[in-house]
Write a protein that binds this ligand. Structure first.
Ligand SMILES: [Zn+2]
Length: 330
């Protein structure tokens, strides 16, 4: 237990854990969260489990995921990349310093602020801001930022192909290229992976994530195809993978996706990375045909027709248990 003295009755006591599902309303969204409480066994008062962090901050986190907003860590990471303090970064964005400070510390940003920051993260956006900056930065800093802006490469072509709305069919997450390339790189490992198998790994990664957290991992939508569930537009997606991270090797039997450089993994949480690794381990010795057969057994596949979307609601009925599968032999 994190603490032994109850803040309510002031006595030395033990606590029992209780999980409560709570519905929060943020702007126009309803977000269900599991909140963990500790119940004092002497006075029966309940307190938040401090290990879980601020519940409202967690709700904002989910809201940002759904709408594809930047998380506070992403704001901080980009500022760190530019090597600017909050005052300088705010000046570059033409924001109040307090505004940036609040967003970096977990306040929920407005869509206009999110768009502005996102734009600053692109090559053209940053160059434009530097062009119009009215504050006095030393010339060597401006020069450094200008050079840095040239090295930014995030044209986000995949986001145009995928057309994820962050709705039910996307597992309530808006597709983001930076997250997708990180997930894909982990699924393909250093040795590379067959495209047909990658489709199934993505399906399991997304649906198992949804089963646990009510959020998909990538925000991809899946359709029923004769050989199993596949991401909508998967051919276009694989043809447009960013060249700085992936290469396609063509064989007579199919194509393999090879990772040539590791993308930034800090866009994923530790829990997300561990889920992906678990999926990779589970299906390590399972070939594309076998994993396709396994996916045919899922209700989401059996109860949909060719070319129909597979709703994420089927995730709750998924039969697959990762740990059990590890013990099965194929
Ligand atoms: Zn108490």
């Amino acid at each position: 237990m994190p603490f032994k003295i109850c803040p309510h009755c002031d006595s030395e006591t033990s606590f029992s854990k209780r999980v409560i599902k709570e519905l929060y309303t943020v702007r126009n969204d309803s977000i269900e969260m599991q909140t963990h409480y500790l119940k004092c066994e002497k006075c029966c008062e309940e307190i938040f489990n401090p290990e879980d962090g601020d519940p409202l901050e967690n709700v904002f986190r989910v809201y940002r995921e759904r709408h594809g907003y930047l998380q506070p860590e992403a704001l901080k990471a980009f500022r760190a990349k530019l090597v600017l303090n909050q005052k300088e970064m705010a000046a570059l964005l033409r924001w109040e310093e307090a505004t940036l400070h609040r967003f970096e510390n977990g306040a929920l940003q407005e869509v206009s602020h999110d768009n502005a920051f996102r734009k600053a993260m692109t090559q053209e956006g940053l160059a434009l801001l530097l062009e119009n900056a009215k504050w006095n930065l030393p010339s060597h800093t401006k020069k450094r930022l200008r050079e840095l802006s040239l090295s930014i490469n995030n044209t986000a072509d995949l986001e145009k192909i995928v057309e994820s709305k962050g709705d039910e069919l996307s597992g309530f997450r808006k597709f983001q290229q930076s997250r997708f390339v990180a997930i894909l790189a982990l699924l393909c490992k250093e040795t590379g992976e067959w495209k047909t198998k990658v489709n199934k790994l993505l399906f399991y990664a997304d649906f198992l994530s949804f089963r646990e957290t009510n959020l998909s991992l990538t925000g991809l939508r899946y359709v029923h195809q004769p050989f199993g569930p596949v991401p909508k537009e998967f051919q276009k997606i694989f043809a447009s993978l960013p060249k700085e991270f992936f290469e396609l090797d063509v064989f007579e039997t199919g194509e393999r996706i090879r990772v040539t450089a590791m993308p930034d993994l800090s866009v994923l949480s530790i829990a997300e990375i561990s889920l992906i690794k678990k999926i990779v381990d589970t299906f390590d010795k399972v070939n594309a045909t076998k994993i396709s057969d396994i996916s045919h057994e899922e209700d989401g596949y059996k109860e949909t027709q060719n070319n129909e979307f597979i709703p994420y609601s089927y995730a709750k009925k998924m039969k697959i248990v990762l740990d059990n599968l590890l013990q099965r032999t194929f």
